[in-house]
Design a protein around this ligand. Structure first.
Ligand code: GLP
Length: 241
């Protein structure tokens, strides 16, 4: 695993954006994208690169890792809304080439199967951007006795509901379920770049770097992939504040 320890969040965001932009410049590309607070700075930097004429999204197809369920795509807390506002509406991407699981799918199981088929039809994901939950989740693959390989509907753990309550008016409003890519979906990407910031995630990163694999810390499954770049700040790497 390649590890880049950045001075601060700003440098982390810039480093990640440059890596994504370099990948995009190789014409037709399929990107896997993440939400949450960590990649916000990267999306701002990517918009900056686009505005400076250094990044062209016209050949880019995207697949997001996950979406709450149920949630309307128009809901400001949905990941569809997040992606539209933070990236898609600010760059020259073809909106029909952007994919996020439908938080209102009448048949979530079918939605998951179709999502896998669409990723396959696009030739697989070239570069997957990932964040990590403080409990070690990736996408919404939560710690437990088992993990699922493919895109699926999952329940959120109380700790994730609590952690994500900051984006909602109250904890009660956080959806209890989500549709997420599975571990195999994520590991099938040709390259993976993981963004992690802040001392609250030190434990998760420690587990990842120990090199052992456990369903209790889903992030440790990244040790099975041979092209992972971890971009983190000093706080998370050294566990200091
Ligand atoms: C969320 C998302 C993940 C994200 C993680 C970390 O719940 N489902 O894809 O990577 O939790 O979020 P944040 O960057 O806000 O800490």
């Amino acid at each position: 695993m390649k590890i880049i320890v950045c001075e601060n969040y700003r440098e982390l965001s810039k480093t990640a954006a440059e890596m994504v932009a370099e990948c995009i410049s190789s014409k037709k590309i399929c990107l896997g994208l993440a939400t949450g607070s960590t990649p916000e700075g990267m999306y701002d930097c990517l918009v900056g690169l686009y505005e400076a004429g250094k990044c062209d999204f016209s050949g880019v197809t995207t697949f997001n890792l996950d979406e709450y369920y149920p949630i309307s795509p128009d809901d400001p807390q949905s990941y569809r809304y997040y992606m539209d506002k933070r990236l898609f509406e600010r760059v020259n991407i073809d909106k029909s080439a952007t994919h996020i699981p439908n938080g209102l799918a009448p048949d979530p199981e079918l939605e998951c199967t179709e999502y896998e088929k669409m990723i396959a039809a696009c030739g697989g994901i070239d570069l997957q951007v990932l964040g990590v939950g403080a409990n070690g989740h990736i996408g919404f693959n939560e710690p437990g006795d088992t993990l699922l390989p493919q895109t699926h509907l999952t329940g959120l753990t109380p700790s994730t509901i609590k952690a994500n309550a900051r984006f909602f008016d109250s904890e009660d409003q956080v959806p209890k379920h989500a549709i997420t890519m599975g571990i195999k979906t994520i590991l099938s990407a040709r390259r993976i770049v993981v963004l992690v910031s802040g001392s609250a995630k030190h434990e998760a990163i420690k587990k990842l770097l120990e090199g052992k694999i456990t369903t209790r810390w889903p992030v440790t499954f990244l040790n099975l992939h041979n092209d992972v770049t971890l971009i983190c700040d000093k706080e998370v790497y050294y566990g200091t504040t």
